[in-house]
Design a binder for this molecule. Structure first.
Ligand code: DGL
Length: 267
């Protein structure tokens, strides 16, 4: 069981922000990452479609031997976590609850902002998770769909990004929030620009980091003579994936395998 890999999936490349944190924290574990680059983005898709894709992705990882599934994608976590936990024979972790917990711990004023894709915000998964933990918290949410292509373009330090941040966040910040949850895989890539605009009175919660803390509680951090192996799978566009991956990870992925899901094979 111990030797089996950790499985991580995302709608595409953004989940590598989660992979990066988990790899840092668990150097001896093998990790399999699946990015559903053929069907990205999940953010604007309907609930049923996101659930269907998420089940296929997770089943693929289990077929590859995953002992635990981490849903790096906030949209999938917000929509499909309960179904996956019911269906799958291994533990399944999503990013919402750990992010919510961290926000509740960090917020002093109990006025918390949440940004994410349309699907994540529509699901109200973060606001329910936060209210469940602390009823006195008031949550202000805002979908920020354009942050995804800006992050993928590598425009961390670009005028277009600063303008988009201003457009999305001005009204949100008027609610006097002291904590802002980056509820999407891609947003940590724009963290510096978001922090600059929000100012230092606002603490950012990075869901890539908080889900790794949660994994820490579940998985004993074993030591081994051998450094863990990484296996990367995508459903399309290997070259584009690798381009963005090299920006997120600071290295190229040598072995990237393309697989096709969704033709009934994994249902
Ligand atoms: N991975 C998605 C998320 O964290 C963002 C990209 C998409 O819309 O698929 O919500």
């Amino acid at each position: 069981m111990d030797k089996k890999p950790i499985g991580i999936f995302d709608s595409g490349v953004g989940g590598l922000t989660v992979f990066k944190e988990i790899r840092k924290r668990f150097p001896y574990e093998d990790i399999i990452y699946f990015g559903d680059t053929a069907r990205v983005p999940y953010g604007p898709k309907s609930r049923n479609t996101v659930i269907e894709y998420s089940i296929q992705n997770a089943r693929f990882l289990i077929q590859q031997g995953a002992k635990i599934i981490v849903i790096a994608c906030n949209t999938s976590s917000a929509t499909a976590l309960t179904q996956l936990q019911k269906l799958l024979p291994v533990p399944v972790l999503g990013v919402i609850e750990p992010g919510a917990l961290s926000a509740v711990k960090m917020s002093v004023s109990k006025r918390i902002g949440v940004i994410g894709t349309e699907g994540t915000i529509r699901s109200q998964a973060y606001s329910s998770a936060i209210s469940k933990l602390d009823k006195s918290c008031i949550v202000f949410s805002k979908p920020c769909p354009l942050f995804v292509p800006l992050a993928e373009e590598g425009w961390q330090d670009h005028e277009a990004t600063r303008l988009t941040i201003k457009e999305y966040l001005t009204s949100l910040l008027q609610n006097d929030i002291d904590t802002l949850v980056l509820g999407c895989t891609h947003y940590p890539i724009l963290k510096t620009a978001i922090q600059q605009f929000a100012g230092d009175k606002v603490t950012l919660v990075d869901s890539a980091k908080t889900v790794t803390d949660k994994l820490d509680d579940i998985l004993p951090n074993r030591e081994s003579k051998k450094i863990g192996e990484d296996h990367f799978y995508v459903s399309d566009n290997e070259e584009k994936f690798n381009n963005i991956a090299s920006k997120i990870l600071g290295m190229n992925i040598d072995k990237l395998i393309k697989v096709r899901l969704g033709e009934g094979w994994f249902l």
